[in-house]
Design a binder for this molecule. Structure first.
Ligand SMILES: C[S@@+](CC[C@H](N)C(=O)[O-])C[C@H]1O[C@@H](n2cnc3c(N)ncnc32)[C@H](O)[C@@H]1O
Length: 215
């Protein structure tokens, strides 16, 4: 089966930037206490529901997968980019990293305690996001949790708009619109955080949405 153009474009772009991306971003999120708070709450909820595997979909160099592991989760990473996965495997040979796409993850139905999608939906064409949300719902076990993060905008008259991302074309979403898509896929909202950009992230705000699949 031929893959859609956007997957090829995204993979090629991240393959060529993987080493630089890892150098710039593969830290422990020390400068992002609000992001760490949401990841910590996500980990607490997943553990409270009995744990279960957690997929970091679009894991990049795997630094956040490693953070989830340090929070007591059985975390593994999936990314389109084979170069990103090679870097992640070298950095953390004790963790599992696989090449794959969140549009059709090679994961059994209802088997995950959690899904993290951290800045990885942004390269999905808007009309494909409902399919990705349906996949999140499909792979989560009842009681499983989803944490999704992305560059946002706050104009309710425009649910999504493209922006000039440094790696490849990207889309920033209204948090309400993404919440609607996740609700439409059968998930329930538990919390959301909209935070101001740091100096290095300007100009867009950043959204973190925590959802769960009912038992
Ligand atoms: C902005 S980086 C974020 C990486 C990491 N999650 C982080 O927080 O630093 C986006 C990552 O998502 C991956 N990605 C984009 N679309 C994807 C898809 N459909 N399936 C899997 N990975 C994807 C890219 O290859 C890239 O590594």
């Amino acid at each position: 089966m031929t893959e859609p153009d956007f997957l090829h474009t995204t993979r090629t772009a991240y393959d060529s930037m993987a080493a630089l991306y890892a150098e710039l971003f593969a830290d422990d999120l020390a400068d992002f206490p609000l992001d760490r708070a949401m990841l910590g709450a996500f980990a607490d909820f997943v553990r409270a529901e009995g744990g279960g595997p957690v997929a970091d979909l679009g894991c990049g160099p795997g630094h956040v997968t490693a953070l989830l592991h340090s929070l007591g989760l059985d975390a593994f990473g999936v990314d389109l980019s084979a170069e990103m996965i090679a870097i992640a495997r070298t950095a953390r040979p004790d963790l599992r990293f696989e090449v794959g796409s969140m549009t059709a993850p090679d994961i059994e139905d209802g088997t995950l305690g959690g899904v993290l999608a951290r800045y990885s939906i942004i390269h999905t064409p808007p009309e494909r996001l409902p399919q990705v949300c349906a996949e999140f719902h499909r792979v989560l076990a009842p009681g499983g949790h989803l944490l999704i993060s992305f560059q946002a905008h706050e104009d309710p008259s425009r649910p999504v708009e493209s922006f000039d991302h440094k790696v490849t074309l990207a889309h920033r979403w209204s948090p309400d619109r993404v919440a609607d898509l996740l609700t439409g896929a059968g998930l329930t909202e538990k919390a959301r955080l909209l935070r101001a950009p740091t100096e290095s992230e300007r100009p867009f705000p950043h959204a973190h949405l925590l959802f769960a699949k009912s038992r």
